[in-house]
Design a protein around this ligand. Sequence first.
Ligand code: MN
Length: 241
Amino acid sequence: MPDFVIPPPAIPAVAVAGSASTFPVRRVFCVGRNYAAHSREMGRDPDREAPFFFMKPAHAVVAAQGKLAYPPCTQDLHHEIELLVALGGGGADISPENALALVWGYGVGLDLTRRDLQAVAKEMGRPWDFSKGFDASAPCSALRPASEIGHPSDARIWLEVNGAVKQDGNLREMIWSVADIISHISRFVRLAPGDLIFSGTPAGVGPLLPGDRVHGAIAGIADFDFQVGPYPGENESAAQV
Ligand code: MN
């Protein structure tokens, strides 16, 4: 055993549907503006801009179930429903033709965003880490192996808050396909087993409030349900959860 000076942190992991085994998370990559309608709602022109990437800490991954705490330091927590791509293989300079062979499986997750902090970061030209990579900012469904479900490219992806549909798109609307995304990231960094990719969100992003019941799904792939906890420092009855 290595001689660590403190107990080593647990390895973050995502559940696997119908299995006691889990998928260990190495890094979390996120794609920005990969659906044209969402790009336009954020004030950009999707025809003039290539998608770009940012990251969340692996320990930001949590199971999208039960009750998830409303994070501190924001008044505008936003939901972004996204296809999750879990890599079982890796490499550098991977061609789009070879990219899907690296995928272990798929799921659905939320790229939770402190939109108010992100707006300040954009304005000031500062990093997005604290608007995108805070604790529990990456709730994930259980994953399904590609060996069972194949490689989805045409499926409804949607999010409901308190039973009302807020985001409603289809994976075929992605500007860059899963294969394109993997190929592109692998030019910048050497991908590895355990890497998890959030592949961008369709239009309709908006706020989550304490007490909200959140349901997300990709048809035939995965789904999740959870409830948002009270504001930090508020007890449950005050927030009427
Ligand atoms: Mn996103």
